[in-house]
Design a protein around this ligand. Structure first.
Ligand SMILES: C[S@@+](CC[C@H](N)C(=O)[O-])C[C@H]1O[C@@H](n2cnc3c(N)ncnc32)[C@H](O)[C@@H]1O
Length: 270
């Protein structure tokens, strides 16, 4: 790698760690709660809400969620941000889904977090992942070639003694993926596969047809055109999903929550 990029990356990492530590050191008062009525703030002031989600992670999430995040931040096991653990905790607590689908599984962090939330809230929830389980990337992402992503995902579920998920080894654009997505009306779908605009749009269109009325689609990496100003330890997202988010038909989907670059859309029940 270009040495200048390496140094810049290291400096960015240090700044992020310093900012994160300063936040942790500065909390006062009782551990915070985030009620559903507070979610509107995530749309009007997404940066302030994001910092609340970070504090909720630090002070209010049960220990097993910290252990989960900690495990996936080690040895390159995952991406994501602490605040996303808060996001999934809040969504599962509020919506109590019976089915959860993730498009784009890396090494199982988000999928096993869904399973962990289901266990925590005592929900019988089908947890399904669709991914090539390979190093397949896109215009903005590159993944290591020396990992058996399928076996690794299952192993990471076992580590937390979670029931094995249903996994389909396919691209989201494959006919088998379309069949799996069309097999039921889903309660929650999380789109985090290929970030190129055309593929993300195809994923959205397919999922929008198969999410149940009142169900949720969470679109990752879609915050660039919002008021969210990421602190040093967060990112605003990618151009493809961000453009797509602006094109979503608001007569069909209402945006109900934004946690950093993750935006949550609810299919309007008619
Ligand atoms: C950013 S990672 C997902 C991280 C995920 N949230 C997690 O915690 O596992 C994106 C994943 O999508 C996969 N992917 C790439 N193209 C895809 C496609 N067309 N359909 C489904 N998954 C795809 C990549 O190989 C990668 O594993």
């Amino acid at each position: 790698m270009n040495p200048l990029r390496l140094i810049r990356g290291k400096l960015r990492e240090r700044r992020a760690a310093r900012q994160r530590a300063a936040l942790r050191a500065g909390y006062t008062g009782a551990p915070p709660e985030i009620a559903c009525a507070d979610w509107a703030q995530s749309l009007s002031d997404p940066t302030a809400f994001y910092l609340r989600a970070v504090e909720f992670f630090d002070r209010s999430l049960p220990e097993e969620f910290h252990a989960h995040r900690n495990y996936f931040t080690q040895h390159g096991r995952g991406f994501g941000e602490d605040a996303f653990h808060t996001q999934w905790f809040l969504l599962f607590r509020e919506f109590r889904p019976q089915s959860f689908l993730e498009i784009g599984v890396f090494r199982g962090q988000s999928l096993s977090l869904a399973a962990l939330c289901a266990r925590h809230f005592q929900l019988a929830c089908l947890v399904q992942g669709i991914s090539p389980f390979s190093a397949a990337g896109d215009a903005v992402s590159k993944y290591a070639r020396d990992v058996d992503y399928y076996a690794d995902t299952l192993e990471n579920f076992s580590h937390f003694k979670l029931p094995a998920p249903a996994l389909l080894k396919a691209y989201s654009t494959d006919p088998t993926a379309a069949e799996t997505i069309a097999a039921r009306p889903w309660d929650i779908i999380y789109i985090d596969g290929n970030h190129d605009y055309e593929i993300a749009r195809a994923d959205w269109r397919l999922c929008a047809r198969h999410i149940r009325p009142g169900g949720l689609i969470v679109l990752d990496d879609s915050g660039l055109a919002t008021k969210f100003r990421p602190p040093a330890f967060a990112t605003g997202g990618h151009p493809g999903p961000s453009r797509l988010a602006e094109e979503i038909d608001r007569r069909e989907f209402a945006e109900i929550l934004q946690v950093g670059h993750n935006r949550v859309f609810q299919k309007i029940a008619r």
